[in-house]
Write a protein that binds this ligand. Structure first.
Ligand SMILES: Nc1nc2c(c(=O)[nH]1)N[C@H]1C(S)=C(S)[C@@H](COP(=O)(O)O)O[C@H]1N2
Ligand SMILES: [Mo]
Length: 326
């Protein structure tokens, strides 16, 4: 993203959605989550014919050789493979080389873990991860993720609406924004500290954006606990915005009065604004945002306004100049 960033292609492993996903019941059972109604009901449900036909491998467990149904989002886009989602990552605290984040983050200890929810609230909380998983039923949401670097994926996340957590702390009348802070651990994360990067990684949403049902606190993907490289144990996902809004390994969620400074806006304010809504009509100063490279696909796709979530989020920006507020 910055001048320092390296551009490289993802491994071209075009395998189909991982068989393990279909063992999600085992994970959910372990996490005490079975009984969540309509696990996939709100998402793209398996069509009769596999969306990724042809190259389906035998499941690693379960009925050998059974063709797995193709999971897809509500637009019919097939989900990316677990392999791609967990081996092509942006997580600068560990490394700028996307294909190496998984390896560099492999030993990161994410348990025990506590998230502080504080600031302009009546009922601040310090929540242990176990409490979060108990308190908030986990849902599956298949979302497109569009990186500002013009690549994208479709990811089956597990998580819960940020709004639920925010309601529980009762924001005061003066709370207007939500600030997110990622962990920054020298000695654990190889690139922390870095003279060029103002760690900890911080992000923010306007309070009404944060209350939108699409804004998700994510704790898993493919029905499994979140891999370290994807932001374990808990990260934000706001699918109508560029991927960098989704701060990983959250340690603090704060209600604040003023628009918080964010990591990328601090580094390069003319390139990465606070809003960062996916918008094909507003180019990045160094590249077009009109199209994107979907990981796993040969030809480029058109980028959709708000990443295809216009119906759910356009009303948040009525009357706002989206070019000025990039
Ligand atoms: N703490 C932290 N969060 C982060 C980043 C990061 O470098 N550090 N990168 C962001 C960017 S640019 C993107 S595109 C997404 C990538 O999420 P993924 O690796 O799970 O696909 O994480 C975002 N969250
Ligand atoms: Mo990104």
């Amino acid at each position: 993203m910055s001048a320092k960033k390296t551009y490289s292609e993802p491994p071209s492993s075009e395998i189909t959605p991982e068989a393990l996903y279909f063992n999600r019941r085992a994970f959910l059972k372990a996490a005490g989550l079975l009984g969540v109604g309509g696990l996939l009901a709100a998402c793209g449900v398996a069509p009769a014919a596999p969306a990724n036909s042809g190259t389906m491998p035998a499941p690693s467990s379960g009925p050998a050789g059974t063709a797995l149904p193709g999971l897809h989002d509500e637009l019919g886009d097939p989900v990316n493979t677990f392999q791609d989602i967990s081996n092509y990552n942006n997580y600068y605290e560990f490394t700028q080389i996307k294909e190496m984040v998984a390896e560099m983050a492999a030993k990161f200890q994410t348990s025990p873990w506590t998230v502080e929810v504080s600031g302009l609230v009546e009922k601040p909380m310090n929540l242990a991860m176990e409490d979060i998983l108990k308190k908030y039923p986990q849902e599956e949401r298949i979302y497109r993720l569009r990186c500002v670097e013009a690549w994208s994926m479709v990811i089956p996340w597990t998580g819960f609406p940020l709004a639920k957590l925010l309601k529980d702390v009762s924001p005061t009348g003066s709370a207007k924004y939500v600030k997110f802070t990622s962990a920054a651990l020298p000695g654990v994360m190889p690139d922390v500290p870095d003279p060029f990067y103002p760690y900890p990684y911080t992000e923010g949403l306007r309070l009404d954006e944060a209350m939108n049902d699409l804004a998700l606190l994510v704790t898993g993907l493919y029905g499994k606990p979140l891999p370290n490289q994807d932001g374990a144990p808990i990260r934000l996902v706001a699918p109508w915005k560029y991927g960098f809004k989704g701060a990983k390994a959250l340690v603090k969620i704060e209600l604040v009065a003023d628009m918080p400074a964010t990591f990328w806006d601090t580094i390069s304010p003319n390139e990465y604004g606070f809003y960062a809504n996916v918008n094909p009509n507003v180019p990045h100063p160094r590249w077009s945002q009109a199209t994107e490279r979907r990981i796993g696909e040969a030809s480029r796709r058109k980028t959709l306004m708000f990443n295809g979530y216009t119906d759910q989020v356009a009303s948040l920006y009525t009357g706002m100049d989206l070019k000025a507020n990039y």
